[in-house]
Design a protein around this ligand. Structure first.
Ligand SMILES: [Zn+2]
Length: 428
């Protein structure tokens, strides 16, 4: 180890993007070993395992699940998703015995951890040194001091049937008869989420349509909206028909995010198959499709997630030039550590350091966040050490860069209210 690795190792960080259940949810759902698959499940399925076979609704007994798991683990254990799972299991549960018996034993330990009231503090605060994490679990009611909510807004613009309008009416406790009234209902929800602690809005539409948006008029959008209002609950309209309304609403949500001074996180690039509703159409999520929106809303703060991978070269050009665009390494290191390393090298060469945020675990269980952060800190340390050796940065600049990308930039960008190195001070 050297001083850069040691420094980054002890750094307390802000985690910019997770899908972590609260401790209360984890306890209630009593998560076991098989509930911790998440990304690994995608690789196991890609290697041929039947989808859902390890899940809660599977007909298999635990021993049978363990045997299935081991069959496909042997085919998959080279990937970074698998390595992360191994790191989490080894470091946090001292798991070494990759047999059916071994899995049955560690399964009991995972269940005990789910019931342990100190487990989140041990893993996130003590071991991972995370002072605050943003989590996207479709609610602002988190009841956990370490977490802040970010809300997916897709539900407000993915309007293909009457049901989706009625869902917004129910949440906003109102009824709408015109598009104008619908916009009022969406704005009322945004305002409520903000009061409930939301730190950013999130657009995840690359998973179910193209990132490209046109600029329809209110009249174009109204025609579609009124057609939807006239539908019965059984009917619906096609994605193509709905698109002008969706595009109009995407503009509206960006405009309101600007008005509330909220950063807008947008999914770009690679798809996670378990949440992809359009068959992993990767071309829909090419970051260059966002250019008209990025050019129009110069006063927005666009946080483009996942470094646009595999369109990261275009991504670097965009983040370099647009003052309203921030780069975000959420999920990147576990997709490919070597790609993450290369992107970070180029990012340091090209992009002002005030616009770089280095970590979001993007996991739905805390053991994954722990393993991902351990990898991320090693990659950032390796890159900074290489930059210092190449005399592109001096050591003080490298340490300052680490402070910024793991912590200070997130405090500024998301206007967080917390004292340096004081987990107790995170309460607003
Ligand atoms: Zn995510």
């Amino acid at each position: 180890m050297d001083s850069i690795h040691d420094y980054i190792d002890q750094l307390r960080i802000i985690d910019g993007h997770e899908h972590l259940a609260t401790p209360q949810i984890r306890k209630r759902e009593n998560h076991d070993f098989f509930a911790l698959m998440h990304y690994l499940d995608s690789d196991l399925s890609s290697a041929g395992m039947q989808q859902g076979i390890l899940g809660r609704s599977s007909m298999l007994q635990n021993e049978e699940k363990a045997a299935q798991f081991l069959t496909y683990w042997e085919r998959t254990k080279n990937t970074t998703y698998a390595r992360m799972f191994r790191t989490a299991m080894e470091d946090l549960y001292s798991f070494r015995d990759w047999s059916v018996n071994g899995i049955m034993n560690v399964n009991e330990k995972v269940i005990a951890a789910s019931q342990n009231p100190n487990w989140y503090k041990e893993v996130l605060v003590d071991k991972s040194k995370i002072d605050l994490a943003f989590t996207l679990i479709q609610t602002t009611k988190l009841d956990y001091d370490l977490f802040r909510p970010i809300m997916f807004m897709d539900f407000a613009f993915k309007l293909r049937n009457l049901q989706s309008i009625q869902d917004v009416e129910r949440q906003a406790k109102t009824t709408v008869h015109t598009l104008q009234e619908y916009l009022g209902a969406v704005d009322c929800l945004l305002n409520r989420y903000l009061l409930e602690g939301m730190v950013a809005t999130k657009l995840g539409h690359a998973y179910w349509r193209t990132l490209a948006s046109e600029k329809p008029t209110l009249r174009d959008a109204e025609l579609v909206f009124n057609r939807l209002l006239a539908c019965t609950l059984d009917e619906g309209i096609s994605q193509k028909e709905s698109q002008p309304l969706q595009d109009y609403l995407i503009h509206f949500i960006i405009q309101r995010s600007i008005a509330y001074n909220l950063p807008i996180q947008i999914h770009t690039g690679h798809h996670e198959p378990s949440v992809s509703a359009n068959g992993n159409m990767i071309t829909n999520s090419n970051v260059t499709l966002l250019l008209p929106l990025l050019a129009e809303y110069r006063d927005a703060k666009f946080v483009l997630l996942h470094c646009g991978f595999p369109y990261h070269d275009s991504y670097l050009s965009i983040v370099k030039n647009y003052p309203n665009v921030y780069s975000d390494f959420t999920w990147v290191y576990i997709m490919s550590p070597s790609a993450g390393k290369r992107i970070l090298h180029q990012m340091i060469e090209m992009v002002p350091m005030s616009k770089i945020t280095a970590f979001g675990g993007d996991y739905n269980y805390i053991e994954g966040t722990y393993a991902h952060l351990k990898l991320a800190k090693r990659i950032v340390s390796d890159v900074l050490k290489e930059k210092v050796e190449a005399k592109e940065l001096d050591e003080d600049e490298a340490l300052l860069f680490a402070d910024r990308v793991f912590r200070d930039n997130l405090i500024d960008l998301y206007q967080l209210d917390l004292d340096q190195n004081s987990p107790e001070a995170n309460r607003k």
